[in-house]
Each structure stands twice: as structure tokens, then as C-alpha cells.
Design a protein around this ligand. Structure first.
Ligand code: ATP
Ligand code: MG
Ligand code: MG
Length: 364
């Protein structure tokens, strides 16, 4: 395709451009595997069209990714790590010396070295995967704990649970689509838990929890696992790296990794927080993160899962009340089903919270 030729010639990839194909199962950007011929050898890259509808400040986002990946590389090299090119994303510069290229239509593109022999796991199959992904994310945060200048806030107030709660109250009052009557139980569930929404925000404001560099999308498939050894090789998908609390990263690992049900599963009996996966996450995470966590962060690790799961549930509930404008839906009621799944996970964590807490304490 003509457009791809233009994009290909905008990056400093050595060799002859051969073509590309859509790649992976990402939901946000358009991702392609790109093929080049370098002296008779086939070389691959990942090329992505960045979703600038979702990310309003792409240059700021790319500046964050450039700074983070260069910092990681330095850390790996200082530690004498092997296979550094498979452990950290490598940006290929554009011909005008930037980390991205903007085409005539206003789309933003970036190119990474393709990490061979490693894959992202979409649905968890065993505890080893939870352990290895948490270890990789903890290692990622650890490497970035000493970055000097603050990163750009590319999505302001990303995890401001209080604002989400207030938005919900407003959406209930407006009832713009006459749906409030259908979801009285969910609204009551949310109101009963109002007290938890300020816990992390207040502690951060008071300095009890430090602001750090965080990933903000710590799903299992955002760690590429080595196909031979299963090792968590590389943390990818850095669009949301920002200043924040590591608790949201760990909480989102709990939310996304400890249950295999679909995001809009209607059979809620399938929705439970699996305590074995939780334990594996804690073990992997503390192996790499315990060196920098302060006691208050450690104390709130189990709670963080409940908090972020509640927050995501609120977002689905808000979108349902506001007429499904933010999250794409394929069928009626999908957003309320998504909300119910999150709230069921919250309940499941509440039931197991004592045990979760004991597991965290057991790894002191
Ligand atoms: P998400 O829905 O998780 O936000 P996304 O649209 O932001 O996804 P990415 O996660 O960045 O996209 O990439 C999509 C997929 O492409 C990944 O899941 C992974 O399989 C693959 N991928 C990304 N970067 C690389 C790389 N450097 N080497 C090999 N594969 C990669
Ligand atoms: Mg991804
Ligand atoms: Mg992403």
C-alpha cells in the first residue's frame, strides 16, 4: 500500500522494505509487523499507528517512552544483563531525528525493534505466568525509581477515584437515558463503598505514599514472555507511563490476572478472585519491588486490587448511565455487564481480604 511505503521511508530502518501485516491483539493502537531485507536476511520491526483519539498529547507520550526506555537500557547495561535488546523496547528514529513520525493526514507512527521468540499471554493458564509478569512489572518500576525529572502527565487525573465517584453521582442525577431505575443494586453497591475512594489519593497528597513512575496498563499480555524459558522478558505497551502510585499498577495486575472470565461475563459464578494467582503475583512482585516499597505501599497491596477494580466498575456504570459513549459496545447492556463483573470481583476480594493480607505479610 502506498501509505505504508511513505511511512516506511520515514524511519531509519536499514535494508529494503518488504511489507507488513497486522499483528497482535491490542485494542488501542494499530499494530503491524514490518519486514525488511538486510543483505539477504529478513529483519522485523513493530510499527504502530498511535491512537490519537485516546491519547491527546502524543508528542508528550512519546517523550515519556523515549526517556523511560533509554533509562531502562542504561540500567540493564550497568547491571551487565544479557540480551538487552530483548529486555527493553528500542525505538527506531525517524529520518528527521525524532522518536515518531507524523504523516500528512496527522496520524502518528512509531517503530520498535521486534522482540523475537517472545509472546504476550492473553488469558492466564498457570500461576507461573502471574509470578513472572509481576516480577517483570516490579523490575520495571524498580529500574525507573531513580529517574530525575518528572514525566509528562499525559492523561491528567488518570486514577482519581474520587472524581469518578463524583461523576457517577452526577450521572445518576441527570439520568440522561432513563437507565437509573435499571441499576439500583449497582448504585447502592457503589454508594456503600464511597469511603474507599479517597484512601490512596489522600495518602499521596499527604506524602505517605510517594509518587513514582508507573506503567498504568499492567495486563498479563503487556509482558512478552520468552517462548523457550517462559521468562518475563520485556514490559511493553508504554503509552500510559506516567507519574502515579505503584499501587494502581499492582492493583490492576490483581484485577486483570486473577480471573479468566470475559470482561462482560454474565454468569457471575465464574467471576472469582483466584487466591493462588494472587499469591503468585505477590511473590513475583515483591522479588523485584520490595527493595524500594515503603511500608505503607506494602500494607495496601491487597487493598489496591479492590480499589482499582471498584474504580473500573464505576467507569462502566457511568458509561452505561451516560448512554455508552466512551467504551465501545456491541450489544445492549454490555457496559452494565462489564460493571457487574468488576463489582463481583470487588466482592470476591472483600471476602478473601484477610487471607490476601496474610499472604502479603507472609512475604516480609
Ligand atoms: P492494548 O490493548 O494492550 O493497550 P495496544 O494496542 O496498546 O494494546 P501493544 O500492546 O503496544 O498495543 O502491542 C500490541 C501487540 O503487539 C502486543 O500485545 C504484542 O503481542 C505485540 N508487540 C508490541 N510490541 C512488540 C515488540 N517490540 N516486539 C514484538 N511484539 C510486540
Ligand atoms: Mg498491549
Ligand atoms: Mg496499550
Amino acid at each position: 500500500m502506498e501509505q505504508f511505503n511513505e511511512i516506511a521511508s520515514a524511519f531509519e530502518c536499514p535494508g529494503t522494505y518488504l511489507g507488513e501485516e497486522p499483528y497482535g491483539s491490542g485494542h488501542i493502537n494499530d499494530t503491524y509487523k514490518v519486514y525488511y531485507d538486510v543483505d539477504g536476511e529478513e529483519v522485523h520491526y513493530i510499527r504502530q499507528r498511535i491512537n490519537h483519539k485516546i491519547f491527546k498529547d502524543v508528542p508528550g507520550l512519546m517523550e515519556n517512552i523515549g526517556r523511560v526506555t533509554r533509562h531502562q537500557r542504561k540500567k540493564f547495561e550497568e547491571a551487565g544483563a544479557d540480551q538487552v535488546d530483548r529486555r527493553v523496547l528500542t525505538l527506531i528514529p525517524s529520518v528527521d531525528g525524532k522518536d515518531f513520525y507524523q504523516d500528512a493526514k496527522g496520524n502518528f507512527w512509531r517503530t520498535y525493534v521486534f522482540i523475537e521468540g517472545a509472546v504476550g499471554i492473553d488469558v492466564i493458564e498457570h500461576t507461573g505466568q502471574a509470578y513472572k509478569s509481576a516480577k517483570a512489572f516490579g523490575g520495571f518500576q524498580c529500574q525507573l525509581a531513580d529517574m530525575d525529572d518528572r514525566l509528562n502527565d499525559t492523561i491528567p487525573n488518570f486514577h482519581h477515584t474520587r472524581s469518578r465517584y463524583d461523576t457517577l453521582m452526577q450521572a445518576i442525577e441527570e439520568d440522561a437515558h432513563g437507565r437509573v431505575a435499571n441499576v439500583q443494586a449497582e448504585i447502592a453497591f457503589a454508594k456503600e463503598r464511597e469511603a474507599i475512594v479517597d484512601v490512596v489519593i489522600d495518602l499521596m497528597a499527604a506524602g505517605g505514599i510517594p509518587e513514582r513512575v508507573t506503567h498504568n496498563d499492567t495486563k498479563l499480555n503487556n509482558v512478552l514472555m520468552d517462548c523457550e524459558t517462559d521468562e518475563g522478558m520485556c514490559v511493553i505497551d508504554l503509552d500510559t507511563v506516567m507519574p502515579g502510585s505503584v499501587l494502581y499498577d499492582f492493583g490492576d495486575m490483581i484485577r486483570t490476572t486473577t480471573n479468566q472470565a470475559a470482561e462482560d461475563e454474565r454468569d457471575l459464578s465464574k467471576v472469582e478472585m483466584n487466591i493462588d494467582y494472587f499469591e503468585a503475583l505477590v511473590k513475583g512482585y515483591l522479588e523485584t519491588a520490595s527493595g524500594f516499597l515503603v511500608p505503607k505501599e506494602r500494607e495496601l497491596l491487597a487493598f489496591s486490587g479492590k480499589l482499582i477494580t471498584f474504580e473500573i466498575g464505576l467507569r462502566f456504570l457511568i458509561d452505561y448511565l451516560q448512554g455508552d459513549t466512551y467504551f465501545k459496545t456491541r450489544r445492549e447492556g454490555q457496559n452494565i455487564d462489564r460493571c457487574r463483573k468488576q463489582f463481583k470481583m470487588v466482592q470476591s476480594m472483600e471476602r478473601q481480604m484477610d487471607q490476601m493480607q496474610r499472604i502479603v505479610e507472609g512475604f516480609q
